[in-house]
Structure formats: C-alpha cells, structure tokens
Design a protein around this ligand. Structure first.
Ligand SMILES: [Ca+2]
Length: 144
C-alpha cells in the first residue's frame, strides 16, 4: 500500500490543547488559549500533554507512536509554539535519563551521561564501581 511515499497522512484538524493529562481518570486541564493541530500540541515537547475534546493523551516521547506523529521534528529539539523558534531539549530536566552511577549533561540536540566520581567508563558502555559487579550500570546516550 502506497502512503504518500512513506509519509503518514497529517491530521490538520485544529482543536484544544491541554497542559495537563490525568491518566488515572483520563481528564485534562490547563487548556491553551488557542486551538492547534495534534502535531503542534503534542510535538512541542513540554507544552501539550493532551489534545482534542474529549481529550486524547499525547504520545510519550521516544515511543513509536510519538515518532509517527512528530517524525519530522528534529530529534533533541522542540519548536516553541509561541515564537516558532527551535529550542534544544534539556533532557536532564526530564526525569532521570542516566543511571544512578552516571551524571547527565545537556548538549545541543542531545545529552550525554558520564560516570560519577569513583566509577569508570568501560568499552562496553557501563559505569563500573571500583569493585565492579553489582555497582555496574548501563549508560544510555541520546540521539545525535
Ligand atoms: Ca539537549
């Protein structure tokens, strides 16, 4: 089946965009003052959490559903829907992205995890404690 040379159809409907989504009862609040497409709402990173009425939860970043909806966005950046500017995502502020033995460092379009003092980085991508073994953790790198 041919689908626009591999691109998915884009949903151009404009509707409500919400700052907050409550997964326990599927409700939303924090409605923005103007309507926008699902892509504008959900792909602007820390702006929209849900869209439409009744509200639909936005896909979680780094999931396949998110990539399909937001695929044309530059990974590691988001577009400020108020200014239209492309802004780096500070992944380190978005919950724990590095393992407990590694510190997070934000970089333009990416981020990196570095082993904390007392741990060393190994060729296999782990932060090993002095005695190795149970202290070893995997280090995840962001997309370039
Ligand atoms: Ca970044």
């Amino acid at each position: 089946m041919q689908v626009n040379g591999g691109n998915n159809c884009m949903d151009m409907r404009k509707s409500f965009c919400y700052r907050n989504f409550y997964s326990d009862n599927g409700t939303c609040d924090g409605e923005l003052t103007f309507n926008m497409t699902k892509k504008m709402c959900c792909c602007s990173y820390n702006i929209g959490r849900a869209w439409n009425r009744p509200c639909e939860q936005c896909p979680v970043p780094s999931t396949n559903v998110f990539a399909i909806l937001c695929g044309s966005e530059r990974p590691g950046y988001y577009i400020d829907i108020y200014t239209g500017q492309v802004i780096d995502i500070d992944e380190c502020q978005n919950g724990p992205v590095c393992q407990q033995n590694a510190g997070c460092f934000n970089m333009p379009g990416s981020y990196r995890c570095e082993c904390k003092p007392g741990y060393r980085f190994t060729p296999t991508g782990q932060c090993l404690g002095k005695d190795g073994g149970e202290d070893s953790v995997w280090v995840r790198m962001g997309e370039d």
